[in-house]
Design a protein around this ligand. Structure first.
Ligand code: PRP
Length: 185
């Protein structure tokens, strides 16, 4: 049955205007390039790709399908409390990785790195389980509020500032399903 009756959901009241920022074509190009680098760098290995829920799901699903080597997949979910503006903000884990990662090559996959606190805490937590290596991959490295130093090994886009939604990124849970990325102004 054709999906002719499909409509985008109405935008929640009171939200700012959204302005197209990164097109789905540009996203696709970077996803393919990142997947190609990961495939080359891990040739002969089978890394464990760990996605940080929830925002990562769309990027993660697109990325892994472009990777040409075998990978394992798992997910972790972090919740932040307190201020994200400094390193005092605390991060707790509401869903842990379930695969054994000891001796494995890990690639942590994020949709966006903002203050860097979430990724820093996950690196610390998973690092304690003696993986063979850990690298990081983020679709967007947003730098204006960075409060901890984080190295992103595979980065899709570097963005200086702005509230970004779409392609998994939300504003109060809205906009995640949009295929392009927008800035709210
Ligand atoms: C977002 C994003 C990262 C984190 C980055 O997740 O997906 O995990 O924030 O922020 P930070 O660098 O300041 O720690 P969020 O907690 O909003 O949950 P979501 O993925 O469900 O949107």
């Amino acid at each position: 049955m054709p999906l002719t009756s499909f409509q985008q959901p109405t935008e929640p009241e009171g939200f700012l205007k959204k302005e197209l920022f990164i097109t789905k074509e540009a996203i696709r190009e970077r996803v393919v390039a990142l997947a190609s680098r990961i495939s080359a760098d891990y040739q002969g290995k089978e890394p464990v790709m760990v996605g940080v829920l929830n925002g990562v799901v769309i990027f993660f699903a697109d990325l892994v399908r472009e990777i040409s080597i075998p990978v394992k997949m798992d997910f972790i979910r972090a919740a932040s409390y307190g201020s994200r503006m400094d390193s005092c903000g605390s991060v707790t884990f509401t869903k842990d990785v379930e695969l054994s990662i000891e001796g494995q090559d890990l690639i942590l996959v994020e949709d966006i790195v903002d203050t860097g606190l979430t990724l820093a805490r996950i690196l610390e937590k998973l690092g304690e389980r003696a993986p063979r290596s850990i690298r990081t991959c983020a679709l967007i490295d947003k730098q204006e509020r960075r409060s901890v130093s984080i190295s992103i090994d595979y980065c899709g886009f570097t963005v200086e500032e702005g509230f970004i939604v779409g392609y998994g990124l939300d504003c109060r849970e809205a906009y995640r399903q949009l295929p392009d990325i927008y800035i709210l102004r």
